[in-house]
Design a protein around this ligand. Structure first.
Ligand SMILES: [Mn+2]
Length: 367
């Protein structure tokens, strides 16, 4: 087969000679022959396809080492590697998107910090219920509610381990329920989650029989009118605002990712056999980054934090009916638990109903 000069090869492949020289230097595509006298480089027409593939992969942003591997593989194996690479890119981008939107909200609120005093005059009126349910031997859910911190955790890893994990994580968060300056909200949450994960690590180190333990965590931390939300796993947070209900956390479950990929419908997810399988949890391994969000609290807002024993047992419409119709948080929380019990409560069930109220609200002052 006649060799092509680098000019001919550049023209045929649609790449510049400069790009070809670069690919050669980077070890991505070496010419088949280099003239020892002139230094001219010659390519085989059979290399055209690989040259084009390398160019496309570079355009995709794939790291050079990965391009070297993928472009040398047979087509089917290259396709699998490329798909795996892209899944990873999308997961990383999703995590960065969450952090970016948190930071946008955080920075947007900062300038109002000192000037808007009225917004600081908010408080939380909350009620918390946790029930072992009708089937389980232990309650692996743990919960904390205070005027600044609301947190729900659902432990996994066998009964003793699950209970220990959720309790340890809630314990590690508890110190947050004091005055945290709003400028410290982000760092306070970040430190608390690290402390929680560190606590799990220490537990397993001290007692290897607990290996495999883990827990979900969904927590809201308030500073003035600002709320930071940290979330990992399948416990959930909902916001009720102006008569509408929004699920503001996304489950880190196998089933949710199947819904996201369009492989199953939300209705099918409800009864899917693998609906409990978590993709992410706090497990003491320092590797699962939680989602962070930033919310501006408004008087009249209501938050629900729940374990899957509620939202995987009671249809969303029934939960919504209680949240919208029952004004008193204590009564609303009690009715939500009753709904789960009425449906057989196959899992531990925990909920926090928390209303954001103006501090001058007479109901609040009376408490
Ligand atoms: Mn559960």
């Amino acid at each position: 087969m006649a060799l092509m000069t680098s000019g001919e090869f550049a023209q045929a492949s649609g790449l510049s000679r400069k790009a070809l020289r670069l690919y050669d230097e980077l070890g991505l595509l070496a010419p088949v022959r280099v003239d020892p006298q002139s230094g001219y480089r010659f390519y085989s027409p059979a290399q055209l396809e690989r040259a084009r593939l390398v160019a496309w992969l570079r355009r995709l942003g794939m790291p050079l080492a990965a391009i070297r591997t993928v472009s040398a593989l047979p087509a089917a194996a290259a396709a699998r590697q490329l798909a795996a690479y892209w899944d990873q890119v999308e997961a990383e981008t999703a995590a960065r998107r969450e952090l970016a939107s948190f930071l946008v909200g955080y920075l947007s609120g900062k300038d109002n910090e000192m000037t808007d005093d009225t917004r600081e005059m908010l408080t939380i009126r909350y009620a918390v219920r946790s029930d072992i349910g009708l089937v389980r031997q232990d309650n692996e859910d743990a919960v904390y509610a205070g005027s600044r911190l609301l947190a729900v955790a659902d432990g996994v890893g066998g009964h003793a381990a699950g209970e220990v994990a959720s309790a340890a994580v809630i314990e590690a968060l508890r110190p947050l329920d004091t005055q945290v300056p709003s400028g410290e909200l982000l760092n306070a949450l970040d430190h608390a989650v690290r402390r929680a994960d560190g606590a799990l690590h220490d537990l397993v180190a001290a007692n290897p029989s607990l290996a495999g333990l883990g827990t979900t965590l969904t927590a809201l931390l308030r500073s003035g009118s600002r709320l930071g939300l940290v979330h990992i796993g399948d416990t959930r947070a909902y916001l009720v605002r102006a008569g509408e209900i929004f699920q503001i956390t996304r489950d880190h479950t196998v089933v949710q990712s199947l819904v996201d990929e369009g492989k199953i419908t939300p209705d099918e997810a409800w009864s899917h056999p693998q609906r409990m399988m978590l993709l992410r949890a706090l497990d003491g391994q320092h590797q699962h980054e939680p989602d962070l969000q930033f919310h501006e609290a408004r008087a009249g807002d209501r938050y629900l934090l729940s374990s899957d024993g509620l939202h995987a047992t009671v249809p969303a419409g029934e939960v919504a009916r209680v949240l919208l119709a029952v004004a008193d948080p204590e009564q609303a929380a009690a009715e939500l638990i009753t709904l789960a019990i009425d449906r057989g409560a196959p899992d531990n069930v925990t909920c926090i109903v928390a209303d954001i109220v103006a501090a001058s609200d007479p109901v609040t002052m009376a408490r």
